[in-house]
Ligand binder design. Structure first.
Ligand code: AMP
Length: 326
């Protein structure tokens, strides 16, 4: 990690009485854990400062992480330091008032394509943004405070964004930071129950996914979960989006895609892969993300077909050049 970036960030935090935290739209466990975990650490460490997280965009299945703060008037932003976590591009920041802040810091682990902040700390190869917040805390642990609540928030992000410590970005540091958080007293039995218990209807939907998934010639698994199917199973948009996770363990399928009809009549695409990088494919379809986990948006069934064909060509080319894939 680039620890040189850390001191200027702490100096800025110390210089402001009011700090406002930001994150990306459609927040996931890492994004929520990093924003709430950092808020908790800063509140504990600097009781004289006001640390706000004014968000309206949240995630039902992660509601157990607790509520955010109410909206703030525009004037409140003008003297504040903004810290944006887990968000590569300014256009994905869910609260557009970030632009009103006096200064802005970016703490992120996505490819650094948009230098929207005055000060940036980006670790593209970090498995999660929560790992970065844990590293920030560890670096200054003589000055900062952590408690069980903060540790549980950060641990949540590390666990969810690393696929329970399975993804290739996981390294020794990931486990060392996770170990330190566990030492702070995370109740993992409760946390894993909150994250992963399923109701019967959701398991029935998973069975539907296995029955209906499609495979391309070269090894792309995909499924379109249209509005009708979502209605039939009584799925929320988030429940339907979880289908991507069910497609991940098919031998020979190096890429898997879920197309989910969104409430705004667009089609959300979730792209995942093994060995083959798919983020440039996502970028060609109004999206982006990490090498092996990206998101995109398409607008028609034709565009679904062309994205599948592009993914299939990527896998075909990869398989033509490599023999050790699984
Ligand atoms: P998702 O499938 O939505 O969980 O996205 C997987 C990864 O890609 C996450 O790290 C997202 O932050 C990122 N991502 C999703 N959608 C976009 C987008 N439109 N632009 C850039 N990155 C994205």
């Amino acid at each position: 990690m680039n620890t040189q970036a850390l001191t200027p960030i702490l100096d800025k935090i110390k210089a402001y009485d009011h700090i406002i935290l930001f994150r990306h739209r459609r927040p996931d466990g890492d994004c929520l854990g990093a924003s709430k975990g950092l808020q908790r650490i800063l509140r504990l460490s600097f009781p004289g400062k006001v640390i706000d997280l004014p968000e309206s965009d949240t995630s039902d299945y992660l509601a157990f992480l607790g509520p955010d703060d109410p909206a703030l008037p525009d004037e409140a932003y003008q003297n504040a330091l903004g810290i944006v976590v887990d968000t590569g591009d300014a256009e994905r920041i869910s609260n557009p008032k970030y632009a009103l802040c006096r200064e802005l810091i970016k703490i992120d682990h996505h490819p650094d394509r948009d230098a929207y902040a005055d000060l940036s700390w980006v670790e593209e190869h970090s498995a999660s943004c929560c790992e970065m917040i844990a590293a920030f805390y560890t670096h200054f642990q003589h000055e900062l405070r952590m408690d069980q609540e903060a540790a549980a928030l950060l641990y949540t992000g590390i666990v969810t964004d690393s696929g329970r410590f399975r993804y290739p970005e996981v390294n020794g540091d990931t486990l060392r930071y996770a170990a330190a958080l566990l030492d702070a007293g995370v109740d993992t039995q409760r946390l894993f129950a909150q994250l992963y218990l399923r109701d019967a209807a959701s398991l029935r939907f998973q069975a539907y996914v296995y029955e209906h998934l499609q495979l391309t010639e070269n090894g792309v698994a995909y499924l379109h979960i249209d509005a009708q199917t979502q209605q039939r199973f009584g799925l929320s948009f988030e429940d339907a989006s979880a289908a991507i996770g069910y497609l991940d363990s098919i031998r020979g399928c190096l890429c898997w895609l879920a197309f989910i009809d969104a409430p705004d009549n667009t089609i959300r695409v979730r792209l995942r892969s093994r060995f083959v990088a798919i983020n440039t494919l996502a970028e060609r379809h109004h999206g982006g993300g990490h090498a092996f986990a990206s998101g995109a948006t398409v607008y028609s069934k034709d565009e679904i077909q062309s994205l599948i064909a592009e993914a299939d060509a990527l896998v075909r080319d990869y398989k033509a050049e490599h023999s050790d894939w699984l």
